[in-house]
Design a protein around this ligand. Structure first.
Ligand SMILES: NC(=O)c1ccc[n+]([C@@H]2O[C@H](COP(=O)([O-])OP(=O)(O)OC[C@H]3O[C@@H](n4cnc5c(N)ncnc54)[C@H](OP(=O)(O)O)[C@@H]3O)[C@@H](O)[C@H]2O)c1
Length: 323
């Protein structure tokens, strides 16, 4: 397929996943409108400008999700949009509405409105497994899949604002698509790790760093499996390029517990301070090897947990986050 001259927009391009997606899109010949929050901040721009193909096919836009004009300027002239920008904070927040819910939900509506206005042919929305879990009422004997939604009441009652933000944003996207007749497709990644292009740690790489430093958090309501940066970026491109791709797409190398992940890190890196955690860190979550069937049917071959961990740890080392 020729993607030469096709122009697409990536929101949140400076971030952990965004920079990988921009890299692969440029490699495939796309021109990319990449949004960053602050054009003056080299930590957001330099690694993008250094990518192969960037000199001629990367255009940076300063965008604030809550300022519609900045969103529409970035989307204008594009035939596709990848909407990744959303605050990814699993630590406690002071003001969940302002810090998480508004940018996630209103931001998504702004991006979709701009896409509709610009006549975009398909929008890929980056949701999360956090719009699938926590889901305590899902049948105990059934492997979680794309039909499963995070329980909003449970999130509200337990102050789980990040899963709530992703769930509300994804539901808003589906509602918009239905009402306004916009072609939307969704990717639901697990915990994304591996080699970083961006100089800043995203929430999931911070999770890995903290684990190596001895953190005993079990992420009970936040984990469902891991996935490599490159595979998440590829998943976005696959669902964009395949007209047959519809609906949500679970994107994990396997459904696993955080305890499995921790045991594997300890095994591969015995010299770090990795704690001993119980294997069952996500009570009731059924493990499944080939869980991301929809993406596998589109041709995605997921990198395994060993590779995700090794490349993630080596990246933390090479960027000086650990020695
Ligand atoms: N990391 C994971 O494990 C994971 C798993 C599933 C889904 N996701 C989803 O994947 C997407 C990207 O996550 P990531 O891990 O790459 O995180 P990230 O590195 O924190 O990237 C998020 C990007 O969104 C931008 N952004 C946040 N709020 C914004 C606002 N109000 N206006 C404009 N831009 C804004 C950020 O800009 P600044 O850097 O300037 O704040 C950043 O570039 C998010 O939607 C996240 O929910 C992530």
């Amino acid at each position: 397929m020729s993607t030469e001259r096709e122009v697409v927009c990536v929101t949140g391009a400076s971030g952990g996943i965004g920079s990988w997606l921009v890299h692969l899109l440029l490699q495939r010949g796309y021109s990319v409108h990449a949004t960053v929050k602050n054009l003056q901040d080299e930590k957001e721009t330099k690694h993008l400008e250094a990518l192969e193909g960037a000199a001629t096919r990367l255009h940076l836009f300063e965008m604030d999700l809550l300022q519609y004009d900045t969103v529409s300027a970035a989307v204008k002239g594009c035939s596709g949009v990848f909407h990744l920008a959303s605050p990814c904070i699993v630590d406690e927040v002071q003001d969940p509405q302002k810090q998480l819910l508004d940018p996630a939900v209103k931001g998504t509506i702004n991006v979709l409105t701009a896409a509709k206005e610009a006549g975009v042919k398909r929008v890929v929305v980056t949701s999360s497994i956090s719009a699938i879990t926590p889901s305590p009422n899902w049948p105990a004997d059934k492997i979680k899949n794309e039909e499963c939604w995070a329980d909003q009441d449970y999130c509200n009652q337990n102050g789980l604002w990040y899963p709530l933000s992703k769930t509300l944003a994804e539901k808003a996207a589906w509602e918009f698509a239905e009402e306004k007749g916009l072609d939307v497709v969704v990717v639901n990644p697990g915990t994304v790790m591996g080699p970083m292009i961006s100089p800043s740690l995203n929430a999931s790489m911070l999770m890995l760093l903290r684990l190596l430093q001895g953190c005993t958090e079990t992420y009970e309501n936040f984990f469902m499996g891991s996935v490599h940066f490159k595979d998440v970026a590829l998943a976005h491109i696959l669902v964009y390029e395949n007209p047959s791709a519809k609906g949500r797409h679970l994107c994990v190398e396997a459904i696993s517990h955080y305890g499995d992940f921790v045991a594997k890190v300890a095994d591969l890196y015995p010299n770090y301070n990795v704690p001993k955690l119980p294997r069952e860190t996500q009570p009731g979550l059924l493990r499944a090897k080939n869980a991301a069937t929809k993406l596998m049917e589109l041709g995605l071959e997921f990198r395994c947990m060993d590779e995700i961990i090794k490349e993630g740890v080596e990246s933390l080392k090479s960027k000086g986050f650990i020695s």
